[in-house]
Design a protein around this ligand. Sequence first.
Ligand SMILES: [Fe+2]
Ligand SMILES: [Fe+2]
Length: 239
Amino acid sequence: MTLAVKQVREIALENPASSRVFEQYGIDYCCGGHRPLADACQEKGIAVSAVLEAIENLSSAEPAATEVWATRSLAELVEHIVWKHHNYIRKEFPRLQQLAEKVVARHGNTRSELAQIQNDLEALGEELLQHIQKEELVLFPYISKLESAYRSGGSRPYGCFGSILQPIDVMLREHDSAGRLSARIRELSVDFNPPEGACPTYHAYYSGLREFIEDLHRHIHLENNILFPRAIEMERGEA
Ligand SMILES: [Fe+2]
Ligand SMILES: [Fe+2]
């Protein structure tokens, strides 16, 4: 199968370094990654050959984080997600809020998109803080218990929901919402490019937004494409 007709999420799973190329071109490889690369490129008005070439040129020595997590225990993956991605949201969101305040106060009268970006950032951050709390309090502890029971041949742990499909479905819908808000921020900020002559705070704000959203994509990719499918298989006794 040529790469162009493969689903974007499959390419990102098989070649984790390709996520850098997808970020660069603004191609969604997590929530919206269930479609062929050629279609995703067409929608963005990008030549698929340019994306394929960029993927081919990636160093094979890139650390393959996703490959590593495809084989490690789910308990380790959960710990990694909380330590690396959830803590990052808790630390970075307040800093971005402060930068947004400053930039809107200084430039909001001439740049109307700044207030919209601030509103979207506020909605995104608030949604994410509640979302990661639900994962940490309910879903992730259940996944770790499920894995222990599966490995020891014990019975399925008690959960306040019927099947793990239920909380996962809620999390997936929340990821989609975060994906929509992120895409709008990216669009409103013209791919995080400040206008000509923008002040250093403006640059710091846009580059912070870019990093925040790129980290969110890596985070959601680990959950949607590795953690959740493996937990579902485990619940079915198929892992
Ligand atoms: Fe998460
Ligand atoms: Fe999540």
